[in-house]
Design a protein around this ligand. Sequence first.
Ligand code: CMP
Length: 159
Amino acid sequence: MLVLFLNLKLIFVATTISHIMSGNTTFTMIKPDAFEAGKTGMILQKIIENGFRIKALRLSHLHKEDAEAFYAVHKERPFFNGLVKFMSSGPIVAAILEKENAVDDFRKLIGSTNPAEAAEGTIRKLFAESIERNAVHGSDSDENAQIESNFFFSQFDRH
Ligand code: CMP
């Protein structure tokens, strides 16, 4: 009986922790086009104004191999080489963001991948040049948010 009770308690705690953790963070990069154009401050301000808290922040310049690894899921796509070249062409700003429903809310805030199709007021509509030079990246799932956050940040880099 005691074992059953402890097992149930363990399941309850694990479910609660996973509920608390899932969906509350996402990962973003301000891409070389937006950084080079001096848009970093305005983009971060818009992110914060929309209720996201910055949990980690870092300025980096990706090597070609880093960009290839980060975007490995797209390696069979025709745009892969151009994407890697662009993403390693200049500094990027990487961040982990926290908010309820972070992944979906952030994707709404940044707008469609192609800025020509992005809704008015979205970050890509305001700051992006083209489907490749599209100002910001946002994770597309909770799982990828964790993978991408871990790509850039150790536990010590997060508050
Ligand atoms: P991002 O959200 O960083 O995820 C993958 C990136 O690939 C995407 O933003 C775009 O920058 C890029 N991408 C997606 N589709 C195309 C395309 N058809 N042509 C060029 N780049 C693309």
